[in-house]
Design a binder for this molecule. Structure first.
Ligand SMILES: NC(=O)c1ccc[n+]([C@@H]2O[C@H](COP(=O)([O-])OP(=O)(O)OC[C@H]3O[C@@H](n4cnc5c(N)ncnc54)[C@H](O)[C@@H]3O)[C@@H](O)[C@H]2O)c1
Length: 251
């Protein structure tokens, strides 16, 4: 922790009401950032607001469904008006459901694409003119191991959506790099947040055994990496989606 690492920086984090997004928001605020968080879960936002207030952080928390371009644009506009800049965009909100290929409904396919792909595109599009005008930006997209390696337990559309996030990351890195903006991703695996509701204790223990470092990961593991990608120290990393899985999958 370095108290001044993010002084004068403004971060916009989707899905920051809980899980790794919340942890990142708290860490960035601890290191001096102003944080804007959007989420669809009011109770989670209230809890996060309490934690940020206790720290004395400057923050803006609002309900916003990232599947709506109108809501995303409004939230980014409000953040820009409130804080005068947006340095860091973290596309973290996501939808994961477990279902077999045969059980995956059209509704679930549409919803996953709307949140996991369109939500990322909408936020990047909205923040681009702001970051271009600043000649500075850090965009971080939360992908998944499933976007690289496929998966047995999530819906097959989830892995597809995260594969798209990895490709979006590369395109944005190429197109916005010349404007002082980098775009990188992280590819987590088995992070013990609410999202992993469908893993029982037996499955968790069996998975931990298969991971070279012999444990599952935490929201804090993810937040450490995202904070680095959000910092000035990462300025020569662009277009990467970094595996963070204890050595379970390497490429
Ligand atoms: N937990 C894991 O093992 C794991 C592994 C790989 C990737 N990921 C990815 O990490 C990201 C964060 O997940 P997490 O594990 O912290 O989960 P989480 O469930 O703890 O947090 C996700 C947050 O996103 C919010 N959200 C969901 N849909 C939204 C929408 N339409 N608009 C705004 N907010 C919305 C939720 O309300 C929640 O607060 C996701 O993109 C997920 O796909 C997680």
């Amino acid at each position: 922790m370095r108290p001044d690492r993010f002084t004068d920086k403004v971060a916009f984090i989707t899905g920051g009401g809980q899980g790794m997004g919340q942890q990142l928001a708290l860490d960035l605020a601890n290191e001096g950032a102003k944080v804007a968080i959007v989420d669809i879960d009011q109770a989670a936002l209230d809890e996060t607001r309490k934690l940020l207030d206790e720290m004395g952080a400057e923050s803006l928390l609002s309900i916003c469904d990232i599947a709506s371009d109108v809501q995303v644009e409004a939230a980014i506009k409000k953040t820009h008006e409130t804080f005068g800049r947006i340095d860091i965009l973290v596309n973290n909100a996501g939808l994961l459901r477990s279902a077999t290929i045969e059980d995956t409904t059209n509704e679930l396919i549409d919803k996953t694409i709307d949140i996991n792909i369109k939500g990322v595109l909408y936020a990047i599009r909205a923040v681009t003119p702001i970051m271009k005008a600043q000649k500075y930006g850090r965009i971080i997209n939360v992908a998944s191991i499933t976007g690289k390696n496929g998966d047995n337990t999530t819906t097959f559309v989830y892995g597809a959506s995260k594969g798209a996030v990895i490709t979006i990351t590369r395109s944005v890195a190429r197109q916005l790099g010349p404007f002082g903006i980098t775009c990188n991703g992280i590819a987590p695996h088995a992070v013990m947040t609410k999202m992993m509701y469908y893993w029982d204790e037996e499955k968790k223990a069996a998975m931990a055994e298969k991971i070279p470092v012999k444990r599952l990961s935490t929201a804090q593991d993810m937040a450490y990496l995202m904070a680095f990608l959000a910092s000035d120290e990462s300025s020569f990393i662009n277009g990467e989606t970094i595996n963070i899985n204890g050595g379970y999958y390497m490429d």
